[in-house]
Design a protein around this ligand. Structure first.
Ligand code: C2O
Ligand code: CU
Length: 519
C-alpha cells in the first residue's frame, strides 16, 4: 500500500504524536513513504522467467597490485518484460550491470566510459574510497559524444571535477569482505538514471570469508530487487519533470514522497523463478529500488520457522548468524542470507513474498526445490571479528534532521532545514575519532553515509532493532524515529556525501556534505 497525499498528512500527524515513543514507528501500517505509479502494459505473468544472474566482469588486465576493469555506460534496447522493448541505461548495456569481484587488499581500478546522452557519476556504495574516486555528485563524467556534453551544466555554478567521456575510479579496497554495489550519483538526476538501470553489484572477498564453509559457486547468488513501471510502448515510466534529464530536476509533485512501480524485478527479470537443489544457498539481497521498502518472507515457511539466516549486513559479515522469519529491507540496504532448501520436500514451490506489498507487489520471486543434492556447506556459529565502537568514547555528537521542506521555489526535502549545496560542508570530522550521529525523521528515510561504515547503537534511546546488526552504511529510519550510530572515519581526507537513499528525496535536495580532516 502506498501513502496517498491524504495518507501522508495523516501519517505526518500520527508521527508528530508518537515522536520519541519507541517501537511504534511505522505503526500507521503502510510501511512506505512513496506513491504508486502504475504500468500501461498488462503486467507480466509471475514465475515464468528464469532468474538471470549478472555476468562476473573479467579484468581487462591485472598486475602485481591491481585489477583493471573497463565498463561502458550505454543506452540500449533490452527485453526486461517478455514481448516488450525497453530503453535502458546500462553498465556494459545490461540491467543490472556486471558484477565486479574484488579481493580485499588488492586495488581495483574501473574505467567508466560514458556513451549515454546524459552526464553520469559512479559511486561505489559501501566502498572505503578516497574522495576523488568516491563519485561526489558534481564530479560529472560528460558524455563522450560532445553534442550531448553541454547538458547538466547547471548555469555555471556547482561544478565539480568534470571529465569528458571517461574517468578512472580507483578503489584501494582496504576493507573486509562485503556486499557492495555501484550506481549512478549524478546530482539531481540519480533517481531517473538508476531507474533506467545504472546499478550493479561489487563484491569484496577476503581470507576470513574464504575460510568459512559457506555456500559458494552456483549456490552464491545476488538478488537485486527493484520495482519499475512501464509505458504502453515498453519504455520505462517515470514522473520526471524534465524527461530529457537535461536541466530541471525532480518529479511531479504527487510523486515527491518517492516513486513505486508495480512490476517487481529481480536481477532485471519480472517475478523470476529459480530452480534450486535441496541445499543451502547464500543470497546477497540488495534493495535497489528508488523508494520501495520490502518485508521479505518465505511462503510456505520451513518447519521450525526462521527461513533466513543472516550472515552479513551492508558492510561485511556479522559476528554471528542472526535468524529471521521476516526481513525488513529499505532502499540501498543489503542482507547477506542463507536459505536451506533441504528443509522443504523436493517439489515444493517457495515464494519469496513482500509482506509490505499488496496485489502483485506482494510477491517477489519463486524458488522450486527441484532435486536432492549433497551439501557440504555450513553456517559457523562465529563468522567474523567485529570491533564494537563504544559510543562512550565519542569525541563529537551531531544531529541530523531529515524533514520535508522548501527547496528554492518548490517543495522538497531537507537535512537540518537546508537543501543540498555541494559547496557547503556541514561537518568536519577528524580522521580516527569516533563520532555519534543521531538521525531524526518525519517519515521513512533510509540514511546513508559515505566513506566509513557505522554501527547502530540505539533506536529512540533504546537498543538497536533486529535488523541493525553488524557494520552498516545505510540505516532505515522509520517515521518520527531517531537512530544513533557510532562512526569512525578513517583513511582519506576530503569531501564526502551523506543523504537519504530514497532517490526522489535525494534528488530533491535531501543530501549534505562533510569533509574529513587530519587530526
Ligand atoms: Cu548508494 Cu550516496 O549512495
Ligand atoms: Cu528520505
Amino acid at each position: 500500500m502506498s501513502v496517498s497525499r491524504r495518507g501522508f498528512l495523516r501519517l505526518a500527524a500520527a508521527g508528530a504524536a508518537t515522536a520519541g515513543i519507541a517501537g511504534c514507528a511505522g505503526a500507521a501500517g503502510s510501511g512506505q513513504t512513496a506513491e504508486l505509479l502504475t504500468s500501461r502494459i498488462p503486467l507480466p505473468q509471475r514465475f515464468r522467467v528464469p532468474l538471470p544472474v549478472p555476468a562476473v566482469k573479467k579484468p581487462a588486465r591485472s598486475d602485481a597490485t591491481t585489477d583493471y576493469y573497463e565498463i561502458v555506460q550505454r543506452a540500449v534496447r533490452a527485453e526486461l518484460v517478455p514481448g516488450h522493448r525497453t530503453t535502458i541505461f546500462g553498465y556494459d548495456g545490461t540491467f543490472p550491470g556486471p558484477t565486479i569481484r574484488s579481493t580485499s587488499g588488492r586495488e581495483t581500478v574501473v574505467t567508466h566510459r560514458n556513451e549515454l546522452p546524459v552526464p553520469s557519476v559512479v559511486h561505489l556504495h559501501g566502498g572505503h574510497t578516497p574522495a576523488e574516486s568516491d563519485g561526489f555528485a558534481t564530479d560529472l563524467v560528460l558524455p563522450a559524444d560532445r553534442r550531448m556534453a553541454a547538458r547538466g551544466m547547471h548555469g555555471g555554478h556547482m561544478l565539480g571535477d568534470i571529465r569528458h567521456g571517461s574517468r578512472d575510479y580507483t578503489y584501494p579496497v582496504k576493507q573486509p569482505a562485503a556486499t557492495l554495489w555501484y550506481h549512478d550519483h549524478r546530482m539531481d538526476f540519480t533517481g531517473p538514471q538508476m531507474w533506467r538501470g545504472l546499478f550493479g553489484m561489487h563484491l569484496v572477498h577476503d581470507a576470513v570469508e574464504d575460510a568459512l564453509p559457506l555456500p559458494r559457486g552456483e549456490r552464491e547468488i545476488p538478488l537485486m530487487i527493484c520495482d519499475r513501471a512501464f509505458e504502453a510502448d515498453g519504455a520505462f515510466r517515470y514522473p520526471a519533470i524534465d524527461p530529457s534529464l537535461g536541466h530541471k530536476p525532480g518529479v511531479l509533485d504527487e510523486y515527491m514522497e518517492g516513486v513505486l512501480g508495480d512490476v517487481i524485478l529481480v536481477n532485471g527479470a519480472p517475478w523470476p523463478e529459480l530452480e534450486v537443489d535441496a541445499a543451502r544457498y547464500r543470497f546477497r539481497v540488495l534493495n535497489a529500488s528508488n523508494a520501495r521498502r520490502y518485508r521479505l518472507a518465505l511462503e510456505p515457511k520451513p518447519d521450525g520457522e526462521n527461513g533466513f539466516v543472516q550472515i552479513g549486513s551492508d558492510a561485511g559479515l556479522l559476528a554471528k548468524p542472526v535468524r529471521h522469519n521476516e526481513i525488513d529491507i529499505a532502499p540501498a540496504e543489503r542482507f547477506d542470507v542463507v536459505i536451506d532448501f533441504a528443509r522443504y520436500p523436493v517439489g515444493t514451490k517457495v515464494v519469496l513474498r513482500n509482506e509490505l506489498g499488496s496485489g502483485p507487489a506482494a510477491e517477489i520471486m519463486r524458488f522450486t526445490v527441484a532435486r536432492k543434492a549433497s551439501d557440504d556447506s555450513a553456517i559457523p556459529a562465529k563468522l567474523a571479528e567485529i570491533e564494537p565502537l563504544d559510543p562512550a568514547r565519542a569525541t563529537v555528537r551531531r544531529e541530523w534532521r531529515f524533514n520535508r521542506g522548501s527547496v528554492g521555489d518548490h517543495r522538497g526535502w531537507t537535512i537540518n532545514g537546508k537543501q543540498f549545496d555541494p559547496d557547503r560542508m556541514d561537518a568536519r570530522p577528524k580522521l580516527g575519532d569516533i563520532e555519534v550521529w543521531r538521525f531524526f525523521t518525519d517519515l521513512h528515510h533510509p540514511v546513508h553515509v559515505h566513506l566509513s561504515p557505522f554501527q547502530v547503537v540505539g533506536r529512540n534511546g533504546r537498543d538497536p532493532g533486529r535488523y541493525d546488526a553488524g557494520w552498516k552504511d545505510t540505516v532505515d529510519v522509520r517515521p518520527a524515529e531517531y537512530v544513533d550510530v557510532a562512526i569512525r572515519f578513517t583513511g582519506y581526507t576530503g569531501k564526502f556525501l551523506m543523504h537519504c537513499h530514497n532517490l526522489e528525496h535525494e534528488d530533491m535536495a535531501m543530501m549534505a556534505s562533510f569533509e574529513t580532516v587530519r587530526p
